[in-house]
Ligand binder design. Structure first.
Ligand code: ATP
Length: 453
């Protein structure tokens, strides 16, 4: 963890030159207005965790501005962001009025790459407070930091004079960074916002930290007291909370550390936040890992959304109606909703039918209409014999082609019509079963079929 007397030199060293220049410029604008500007949250945490000769690529920067503003409608953060946006027409400005927060977004920019800067306002008053008054200043940023989740995320570095570069550490975040602990700021934190449990797990696993024992007690207490009822995904849904829960679940399930994170969520009994019937038993755990292995091999570009399949398996034992409701409330995408809607009975049907088939071509017929994600879900729900058939289909049979195709038939002088499909299907079936291999063999079959009408 970096030394802390003045963090500006190490920030200058660690950040991309263009990002550093931009921060300097935003700080200058704030200073000209008589405001204080801070960099806060994850960026400070990550900068402090970086050793001096490493570069940090920050794509997500949280700034807090503390200063009075001229109108009740627009906070200092919004005003500051608008000024910056005028200087950088390439960036998009987005304003969330309710919280007086503005975001500046660069997308694949030649100078900044993809960069997202949030500028929040820490003070809600809009009359001229003496900004230089250190007591007012510190109470305002302190309050802002106190609303955050963990001590390691409640650190700030002042970017404006006086004492620019100073670390503001009101809650012992630096010690916790050194001690590698995720510590919550207050006892009720998880009851106020259960998604913080998922965040605690995410940071602990990602940073290789421990959840501090008292914090773990608060988590367990929150779960035992039934906070998940707050998230109960029925009629009285809390949309902001479910949106955050989905975002945090997605974050965890798509991260490369999803396995230990999911295990830790389960150890803390906090999968209940999704639904009280969600349990990571041996079977579900195996299914998730098996599906993930298949996905890595069969969908290396992650077109399906591997995190979704993991989530779908995780919630698969909830009764169908409630599972559907949960999926709707989490706003899962259409493909996922369709899969969740399919009853497990469909999986056993496919299983039974496959076991009755002897020929490869018959097995192929049972499988070829299904999408990859469905087949993986059937596979992890089936016995080994069936799983092997599906694997062979996906890795071999689905790639096999007959020696002749429709164009070949045309070239051979056969008139296109409904019979083409019958002939081509037959050719494929015979090829799959190893009964024909060459174009000559295929041509004989074609001739026989057309001759017989
Ligand atoms: P990451 O590197 O994963 O993006 P981050 O710390 O930047 O980590 P964000 O989710 O971007 O995480 O949140 C930014 C900051 O906002 C956090 O550092 C934290 O201070 C605060 N924050 C986010 N979510 C919550 C929450 N649910 N409760 C309290 N504070 C939160």
């Amino acid at each position: 963890v970096a030394t802390v007397s003045c963090l500006l030199p190490s920030m200058r060293h660690s950040l991309k030159k263009s990002t550093w220049k931009l921060l300097e410029m935003i700080a200058k604008e704030a200073e000209d207005q008589g405001w204080h500007l801070y960099i806060v949250g994850g960026a400070v945490r990550d900068l402090l965790l970086t050793n001096n000769n490493q570069k940090v690529s920050l794509q997500d920067i949280d700034l807090v501005v503390d200063g009075f503003h001229r109108s009740a409608d627009v906070g200092a953060g919004v005003e500051l962001a608008s000024t910056i946006q005028k200087k950088y027409p390439n960036c998009r400005l987005s304003v969330h009025g309710e919280f007086q927060t503005a975001a500046l977004l660069w997308h694949k920019d030649p100078e900044f790459g993809s960069l997202w800067i949030d500028i929040a306002t820490s003070r809600t008053e809009f009359y001229p407070y003496p900004a230089a008054n250190p007591e007012v200043e510190s109470s305002s940023i302190r309050q802002d930091l106190y609303r955050r989740d963990f001590t390691i995320n409640a650190l700030a570095v002042r970017l404006t004079p006086p004492r620019e570069g100073e670390l503001l550490d009101f809650f012992g975040g630096l010690l916790d960074l050194k001690g590698k602990e995720v510590r919550v700021l207050h006892a009720n934190s998880f009851i106020e916002d259960p998604t913080r449990i998922y965040r605690a797990v995410r940071f602990a696993v990602r940073l290789n930290f421990d959840i501090e024992p008292q914090t773990e007690t608060y988590i367990r207490y929150a779960i035992e007291s039934g906070i998940y009822d707050k998230l109960k995904l029925k009629n009285h849904v809390t949309p902001a909370l479910t949106t955050r829960l989905k975002a945090e679940s997605k974050y965890i399930l798509e991260a490369n550390y999803w396995k230990p994170a999911l295990q830790l969520l389960s150890d803390l009994d906090s999968l209940k936040c999704l639904h009280n019937q969600v349990i990571l038993d041996d079977k579900i755990w195996w299914q998730i890992r098996c599906a993930s292995r298949w996905l890595r091999y069969l969908d290396p570009d992650n077109n399906i959304g591997h995190w979704l399949i993991r989530l779908e398996i995780l919630i698969s034992k909830i009764n169908p109606q409630e599972r559907k409701q949960l999926a709707l409330n989490l706003h899962l995408p259409k493909d996922s909703l369709e899969r969740i809607d399919k009853d497990n009975i469909i999986y056993s049907e496919i299983q039974e039918l496959l076991l009755k088939c002897n020929k490869i071509s018959d097995k192929y017929k049972q499988l070829y209409r299904n999408k990859l994600a469905d087949l993986i879900l059937v596979a992890v729900n089936s016995k080994k014999e069936v799983r092997r058939i599906i694997w062979q289909y996906l890795t071999q049979w689905s790639k096999i082609q007959a020696p002749l195709n429709g164009n070949d038939l045309k070239r051979m002088g056969y008139k296109p019509g409904p019979q083409y499909k019958l002939v081509l299907d037959r050719l494929l079936a015979l090829t799959l079963d190893g009964e024909i291999k060459t174009q000559q063999e295929a041509a004989i079959i074609v001739k026989q079929m057309f001759d017989n009408g």
